[in-house]
Design a protein around this ligand. Structure first.
Ligand SMILES: Nc1ncnc2c1ncn2[C@@H]1O[C@H](COP(=O)(O)OP(=O)(O)OP(=O)(O)O)[C@@H](O)[C@H]1O
Ligand SMILES: [Mg+2]
Length: 297
């Protein structure tokens, strides 16, 4: 499985240029789409699930043109929109059965089996007879995930799927996707939560203001931040200064003041040591440096 995106652009009717000249290859497995608010993640996803046409450019799925083969590609898709919600009087299992029917599963007995299994997998089996509308926020989210996965799609596109999930549910969800992730499945997951990507995705892209800022493995992104993450031991007085000068990642009270993690190439004048970067550091480092350079040039 492979998705190839060539010179993709999306300009909304109001003139918003939400996707700018994106060139990207998405291989099989879990693919993380990271970027700040308004970066264009949801726009890109809506194009990939054929809900919206690009203004220009091309998307190919295993060599098939996305627009010319819409029906065929749609049958391979599972999608969880960012604003997934539903208004219905259906019970949880009825809702999922309905989703399965929409996805083209014709046999009622096969549907029943698939629905039960999926309810089990997302931990909603006990809630199967409850009104779907009255589930808790996190449970609705899980039902959303279930409807995206019900027809065993080859391309799974989930937009901020872990929003509203508690930490345990988030881990369960990650594991669920990891088990589905095989060589002939593509799972694209957008998120603000850097940790969701570092623990599951072999490949990722970073979007900013509609542009592709980075594509590669999380490890490659982390490498770029090597030498630029510091642990500063600061006095009470220095604390505010540092906060003004550098992006601060974390602050922990320590003897005589604070231990502060900052992302910076130099920490002139302060007492500190370099530490190993993680993906969160790398994300901040990237946003601070690369993008400033680009926008200045
Ligand atoms: N229907 C629309 N009409 C006009 N502009 C839009 C529309 N939808 C999104 N935009 C704009 O396009 C840009 C990208 O939005 P998009 O929702 O794709 O970003 P995002 O990365 O998903 O953000 P978030 O992290 O907040 O979900 C933003 O500037 C947004 O305001
Ligand atoms: Mg979005």
């Amino acid at each position: 499985m492979q998705i190839t995106i060539n010179n993709l652009n999306k300009v909304y009717k109001n003139g918003n240029h939400a996707i700018k000249n994106i060139e990207l290859e998405i291989p099989s497995g879990m693919f993380g789409l990271l970027g700040p608010n308004g970066a264009g993640k949801s726009t890109l996803m809506r194009i990939l699930v054929t809900l919206m046409k690009p203004s220009s450019g091309q998307v190919k799925v295993d060599g098939l043109d996305l627009l010319k083969n819409r029906r065929q590609i749609r049958s391979m898709l599972g999608y969880l929109p960012q604003d997934f919600s539903f208004f219905s009087k259906l019970k949880t299992y009825e809702f999922l059965d309905y989703a399965a029917r929409l996805a083209g599963m014709k046999s009622a007995s096969k549907r029943r089996q698939a629905v039960d299994q999926m309810l089990e997998e997302v931990g909603l089996f006990e809630a199967r007879d409850r009104n779907a509308n009255k589930l808790s926020g996190g449970m609705k989210r899980r039902l959303g995930i279930a409807q995206a996965l019900i027809n065993e799609p080859k391309i799974i596109i989930v937009d901020e799927p872990t929003t509203g999930l508690d930490p345990e549910e988030r881990i369960r969800f990650r594991n669920l996707l990891s088990t589905i992730s095989t060589t002939d499945v593509i799972i694209i997951l957008s998120t603000h939560i850097v940790g969701d990507i570092s623990s599951t995705c072999h490949n990722m892209a970073l979007l900013n203001k509609g542009q592709l800022a980075f594509a590669g493995s999380p490890e490659e992104l982390v490498k770029q931040a090597e030498g630029s993450v510091w642990l500063i031991k600061a006095t009470e007085a220095e604390y505010l200064e540092i906060n003004e000068k550098f992006p601060v990642i974390s602050t922990i009270p320590a003897e005589g003041g604070w231990e502060i993690q900052v992302v910076a190439d130099e920490i002139n004048g302060y007492y500190g040591e370099q530490i190993e970067p993680n993906l969160e550091h790398a994300y901040v480092h990237f946003m601070e440096n690369k993008l400033n350079q680009w926008s200045n040039s």
